[in-house]
Design a protein around this ligand. Structure first.
Ligand SMILES: Nc1nc2c(ncn2[C@@H]2O[C@H](COP(=O)(O)OP(=O)(O)OP(=O)(O)O)[C@@H](O)[C@H]2O)c(=O)[nH]1
Length: 341
C-alpha cells in the first residue's frame, strides 16, 4: 500500500458567482448622509479599517463623500492580524497613506489607545476651538468603531462603556450625540453606523469581508464561508485545526469531524454542518484558528486597488442593475436564508 503524499492545499478558490456582492442597507445610506451634514462641525475624521483586511475594509465612499477634513486611519483589531509584531506589514501600510496619520490598535491595549488620543489632542490644540473639538468615527460595519470609542473614553476619561458593541454588524444604527473622550483639551466624538460598499468588486473580497464579520452571517451560506476559511487557513498552516481533523481540503470532512467532537448534532444524531460552520467561523474571528492578514500587502497594493476601482467604475444605473441581478441570482441559492437587516 502506498502512503499518502504530503498535503497540498488548494491554490485557488472557485469564483462563486451565486455569492451576493451587495450589503448596502437603508441605514448605511442614511448614516452617510448624516455624516456629510456633520462634516462642517468636525475637525478630524477617524476612519477605522480592519487590520486583517486592510484593503477590503476600505470604503471609497468615505473618501468621496467626506472630503475637506483632516483624516486619520486606524487599523483596528491588530491583535487578530498577526501572531507576532509584524512591523514590515505595518510599515508598508503606513507608506500607502503617507502623509496621513496611521495607527494600529487593539481596543484592549491602553498603549495603542493613548496614541490615538495623543494625535487627537494635537489636532484639538491646533484647532483651538472655544467650545471644544468634535471628531467623527467612521468605517465599515463591525470594524470596531464603538469598541474604539469606549476604549478612548476609558483611557481618556477613566469612564466606562457608553456605546453598544457586538459580534454582528449593525449594532450602531444611527449617528448619536457626541461622547467626550478627553477633557483637556475638550474632545468629543460622534460614533456612526458602519457603512458598507454599494457593490463589492469580486467574490473573494465579499468572502473576506464576511469572514471577518463585516456582513451579517445570514447573507452567505455558512458552509461556503467556512470552506473559504479552510482554504485560507490551509495556505497558512493546516495544523491550526489539528485538534479537529488532519489537513484536508474537504470542508465536509472537517465539519463532520468537528460536529461529532463538539456535539453539534441535529435530529437522529446527524452532524449539523451549518451550525458547526458558524461555530468554526466564530473561533476564527476570535483569533483561535490563526491570526493572519487576508489581503495581499505590498507597496503598490493600495494604488492597484484604486486603479481597479476606477477601471470598473460603473455608472449609477449599471450599478443598480448589477445589484438587482446579483440579488436575483443569489435568491435561488439561499432561499431559506434571511437578507433582512
Ligand atoms: N480582538 C479584538 N476584537 C475587537 C477589537 N475591536 C472590536 N472588537 C470586536 O469586534 C466586534 C465589533 O465591534 P464593534 O465595536 O461593535 O464594531 P462597530 O464598528 O461599532 O460595529 P457596527 O455598529 O456594526 O458598525 C465586537 O465583537 C468587538 O468585541 C479589537 O481591537 N480586538
Amino acid at each position: 500500500m502506498t502512503s499518502p503524499g504530503p498535503f497540498v492545499p488548494r491554490a485557488t478558490f472557485p469564483r462563486l458567482e451565486s455569492i451576493v456582492r451587495s450589503y448596502f442597507l437603508g441605514h448605511h445610506k442614511a448614516g452617510l448622509a448624516k455624516m456629510r451634514q456633520l462634516l462642517g462641525s468636525v475637525e478630524l475624521i477617524i476612519e477605522c479599517r480592519d487590520y486583517r483586511v486592510p484593503l477590503s475594509s476600505r470604503n471609497p465612499m468615505f473618501e468621496k463623500n467626506l472630503v475637506g477634513r483632516e483624516r486619520m486611519i486606524v487599523y483596528t483589531k491588530r491583535d487578530l492580524g498577526a501572531e507576532s509584531l509584524d512591523e514590515k506589514t505595518r510599515e508598508t501600510i503606513r507608506q500607502w497613506h503617507k502623509p496621513q496619520k496611521v495607527l494600529f490598535t487593539d481596543s484592549k491595549s491602553d498603549n495603542d489607545i493613548k496614541k490615538v488620543i495623543s494625535y487627537a489632542k494635537d489636532i484639538a490644540n491646533s484647532a483651538d476651538n472655544i467650545i471644544g473639538t468634535r471628531m467623527m468615527l467612521v468605517g465599515m460595519p463591525n470594524v470596531g468603531k464603538s469598541s474604539l470609542l469606549n476604549a478612548l473614553r476609558r483611557v481618556g476619561m477613566g469612564k466606562g462603556k457608553v456605546a453598544m458593541t457586538g459580534g454582528q454588524p449593525g449594532v450602531t444604527r444611527s449617528v448619536g450625540t457626541t461622547v467626550r473622550v478627553c477633557s483637556d483639551p475638550d474632545i468629543q466624538l460622534y460614533d456612526t453606523p458602519g457603512v458598507f460598499i454599494p457593490y463589492v468588486p469580486n467574490t473573494s473580497t465579499m468572502l473576506k469581508l464576511a469572514l471577518v464579520g463585516c456582513v451579517k452571517d445570514t447573507i452567505i451560506d455558512p458552509i461556503t464561508l467556512c470552506d473559504y476559511m479552510l482554504y485560507r487557513i490551509n495556505l497558512v498552516d493546516p495544523g491550526l485545526y489539528a485538534s479537529f481533523h488532519p489537513p484536508t481540503n474537504d470542508i465536509t470532512q472537517l465539519l463532520t469531524a468537528t460536529a461529532l467532537q463538539t456535539g453539534r448534532l441535529g435530529k437522529g444524531g446527524v452532524p449539523d454542518l451549518s451550525a458547526t460552520a458558524i461555530w468554526l467561523i466564530q473561533r476564527y474571528r476570535a483569533g483561535e484558528l490563526g491570526r493572519f492578514i487576508l489581503d495581499d500587502v505590498d507597496l503598490d497594493a493600495l494604488q492597484r486597488r484604486i486603479q481597479e476601482e476606477s477601471k470598473e467604475g460603473k455608472s449609477a444605473n449599471q450599478l443598480r442593475k448589477a445589484i438587482k441581478e446579483d440579488k436575483t441570482a443569489a435568491k435561488a441559492s439561499r432561499a431559506s436564508l434571511d437578507f433582512s437587516e
